[in-house]
Design a binder for this molecule. Sequence first.
Ligand code: COA
Length: 252
Amino acid sequence: MTETSQTVLVERHGAIRIVRLNRPDKKNAITRAMYIAMERALAEAEADDTVRVHVVLGRPGAFSAGNDIADFLAFAEGGQMGAEVFCLLDRVARLEKPLVSGVDGLAIGIGTTLNLHCDLTFATPAAVFRTPFVDLGLVPEAASSLLAPALMGHQRAFAMLAMGETLSAEQAREAGLVYRIVAAEALEARVLEAAEALAAKPAQALALTKRLLKGDRQAVLDRIALEADHFAERLQSHEARAAFKAFMGRKR
Ligand code: COA
């Protein structure tokens, strides 16, 4: 196992590369350094012919609570919006190798939208998917404004992305965001089993099939960029600043 930083662990299982979010004290909220580590790990694995499948996992109880809100607040208060998250999203949207995820517990913000780019998502019965972008004064990211309506239809995507409605594991499965619901104790084994099955397939045929199924990649990249423009603008808004401050100050 290599540690790109303590908060993102990168592991190798045969032809499978696992990126494991590991910031349990903050429910796996993702910092700028974590985006950089994730992007680097995926880029390395994508360029390595001996890696056939990418896997993303979180921690028990928290796949990810989304972008670190302290980082959001720093941007909102005059810092430059970092490019890290968009570098990761760009990388994920360009992956040729399959991406499999395993979700237990919280999947908030990018913890949900990342799964729109996965080829298979396994979730436990305790998984909850939520994208409170509007409540935070923000807009959807990760091309979710394009991918979610295509996947689940406008109204369910609207309920999730605009109303911030929480989807249970079962609702996420019905909406097409989750492939299978599995017991928490079996999550990692089921993810690895699927990844191993994919790793045993003819790699080029699999990559072409993924590409065909994913459709218009440029449209996805363009949407990531368009959303990013709005997102950066929204981060500076009064609505967003007030929401971030309320979150950071809620325990005082
Ligand atoms: N950014 C920064 N810190 C976060 C975080 C986030 N997105 N999500 C959780 N944390 C931190 C909390 O501040 C807390 O830190 P502390 O112990 O130093 O106070 C710790 O993680 C545990 O979270 P807590 O809120 O105490 O746990 P909970 O079980 O009561 O609630 C959540 C968990 C995820 C529901 C709640 O923390 C939350 O709503 N987080 C924000 C999610 C969000 O809006 N993400 C952005 C989406 S765009």
